[in-house]
Design a protein. Structure first.
Length: 99
């Protein structure tokens, strides 16, 4: 089963609010099996337009695990803090599996 990656691009309006979100979301990420691969406040855009000033990449064992984390009670409690502090785009992408 391929890994899954949650990618969030965030236009941060309230850095203190985002710090509070990070503290609230961290336990849900640990419980959900997330591995933080990147938190970048200055991605280098090669082509096109990029949303936000912060990009986060999380790795999960599967798409089902990523969806379960996002829908979990623990993350559902943390999510409003992020939504109040930043405009965010979020996607799940499936990892590539060689055949």
């Amino acid at each position: 089963m391929p890994k899954a990656y949650v990618i969030l691009t965030e236009a941060v309006r309230d850095p203190a609010g985002m710090a509070a979100y990070g503290r609230a979301a961290a336990p849900s990420m640990a419980e959900g099996g997330a591995r933080v691969l990147a938190v970048d406040t200055g991605p280098q855009v090669l082509e096109g337009d990029w949303h936000g000033d912060q990009t986060v990449v999380l790795e999960f064992e599967s798409v089902d695990a990523a969806r379960a984390w996002y829908a979990s009670a623990a993350y559902t409690r943390a999510k409003p803090l992020r939504q109040a502090a930043a405009d965010t785009n979020a996607v799940i992408v499936t990892g590539f599996v060689r055949r």
